[in-house]
Design a binder for this molecule. Structure first.
Ligand SMILES: CNc1ncnc2c1ncn2[C@@H]1O[C@H](COP(=O)(O)OP(=O)(O)OP(=O)(O)O)[C@@H](O)[C@H]1O
Length: 212
């Protein structure tokens, strides 16, 4: 059951209802923040479809994610989101802002990642594999009765011809906010990570919420 947040993580401000929280570590400290974007195409139908990209190089390589990257000097996050979507998979879409996430790492980049999340239901152009990303469609169940922490990958549904959302090959925070994204909700969150000896990011502490 969602509860009204009493204590928000550092870096999150506003009036939010907590949807998912965990980890015992102290929140990490950070000095600088860099802005990024992440964009998703979500199409309700039979089956419901989510477009992800398999990242072939750079930060988060070998994981599925939305399409996005750094906000360049002189650009708004919305402009960066549209540019990155086009650069990484060849399409244009009427992106709408739907979430803001803050990620802090220990052992990884010393800056905090502020990631603005966008979604669209339609797109134009031809989906194209690029040097950076390979676009692929996944199915997701009807989300009306799914709670924020439901593992969508194992929920029964129609549309067997598409694979389910590949949470095992995604950032570990994604399972906490993907149901909110798919449900068309606005959300915020923070997750802190530690880079382990095998080069994997382990989530130390997390907090996700929706506007109260
Ligand atoms: C830590 N938990 C996380 N969970 C989910 N997504 C995460 C993430 N941390 C970063 N991301 C995303 O990873 C991409 C990095 O961007 P990145 O490829 O480095 O940027 P850009 O394309 O500008 O780089 P190039 O300079 O072209 O290599 C960008 O979409 C950003 O939103």
């Amino acid at each position: 059951m969602a509860t009204r947040a009493s204590t928000l993580p550092p870096g999150i401000e506003g009036d939010f209802t907590e949807t998912s929280v965990g980890g015992n570590d102290s929140w990490l400290t950070y000095e600088t923040t860099r802005w990024y974007t992440n964009a998703f195409i979500i199409q309700e139908g039979s089956p419901n479809k989510l477009l992800l990209g398999y990242k072939k190089r750079g930060f988060g390589a070998h994981l599925y994610n939305g399409f996005g990257g750094k906000v360049e000097a002189g650009e708004s996050p919305a402009e960066a989101a549209a540019r990155e979507l086009k650069e990484e998979c060849g399409i244009d879409a009427p992106l709408q802002h739907c979430g803001s996430l803050l990620f802090v790492t220990r052992g990884g980049p010393e800056w905090a990642f502020q990631i603005e999340i966008y979604r669209a239901e339609e797109y134009s152009g031809t989906l194209t594999e690029t040097d950076e990303m390979r676009p692929e469609w996944f199915r997701y169940p009807n989300i009306a009765d799914v709670t924020p922490s439901t593992d969508l990958a194992v929920t029964k549904e129609n549309g067997e011809s598409l694979p389910p959302i590949p949470y095992d090959t995604m950032w570990p925070d994604d399972v906490h906010w993907m149901p909110l994204l798919l449900a068309g909700r606005h959300f915020v969150g923070r997750a802190d990570f530690e880079l382990d000896n095998e080069g994997k990011y382990k989530m130390l502490r997390w907090w996700f919420g929706v506007p109260a």
